[in-house]
Design a protein around this ligand. Sequence first.
Ligand code: PLP
Ligand code: COI
Length: 342
Amino acid sequence: MDPKIIDWGTLDFSYKKTPYRFHARWKDGQWDHGKLVEDNMISIEESATAIHYGQQCFEGMKAQQSKDGKILLFRPEENGKRLQESANRLMMPEVPMDLFLKGVMDTVKANSEYVPPYGHGASLYIRPLLIGTGHNLGVKTAPEFLFLVFVVPVGPYFKDGFKPIKLKIETYFDRAAPHGIGNVKAGGNYSASLLPVMKAKEEGFNEVVYLDAKEHKYFEEAGAANIFFLMKDNSFVTPKSEAILRSITRRSVMEVAEKDFQLNVQERKIGLDELDNITEAGACGTAAVVTPIGQMGYNNKIYKFYADGNEPGPTITKIYKHLTAIQVRDVEDTYGWTVEVK
Ligand code: PLP
Ligand code: COI
């Protein structure tokens, strides 16, 4: 893939090989310094825990260009901390923050020609990954680990970008048990979502919204994004649950909603019986950015939000514009969330 001939405006969210990736290895209780490599294939033991018992976790981040050509990351230390939380839950060694940031920065710098130029709605998606390697057979933690980072230039996760999507409220399949691993970024949560998402797509939906696994009464999150709603009483609400991923985008959206737009922000249990009170709905995440949810299907009934589900509502639009402007420093980043890759 030659960066000189990429049509940045039509990129989709798919894998493309870029020249360099970062590999660091853990063995005998310590991490090596890590290095950039060119080969995009990895070779691991046939008995590695990552491929038998799902001992692996990952992160998702983006690098974007500002108008003056700076390469910016968004809150990278938060991703580093979350990878550590995931590692702890899955009994893997934490990737030290210095090593995490070095892996991310070095990979972005080495592939800097692939950071989409400002203003094309594209970005360089960064995928840090931690996997259990080494020979093993019984269900126990791996003797060795590999931390790797690769990057891919991408367009929007939902192919139409900032256009309302249609989600199915999933009433049969669960994403995560209350005290399972739904709150960490483990691959198993995503393999569990493949079948429900395929079925939802066959029924004409873009994605699934999961309910709490215990009572099937409360909203949790979408397959690859957190969710939030604007309610008739003008409050901004987002689900409180121990089983959902702690989205960095959601925390940022909540701060922007409260501090920049003076909304009444509440993180609380949101019941299905509140569906009729929703005026605007959104999905948020690194890949999803902020995507309006126009319609939600629940038990054969379709609930439509702003403008009959055909247009993004005014509040989600202003939140989206402000957050994305902060991410590329089109407006002053008063929060100190952006970090330049030098
Ligand atoms: N929830 C799930 C299940 C996700 O996969 C993601 C994506 O990372 C998110 C939420 C959003 O998290 P973040 O905003 O940190 O990217
Ligand atoms: C992200 O937003 O970074 C994600 O991890 C979503 C993804 C699983 C494609």
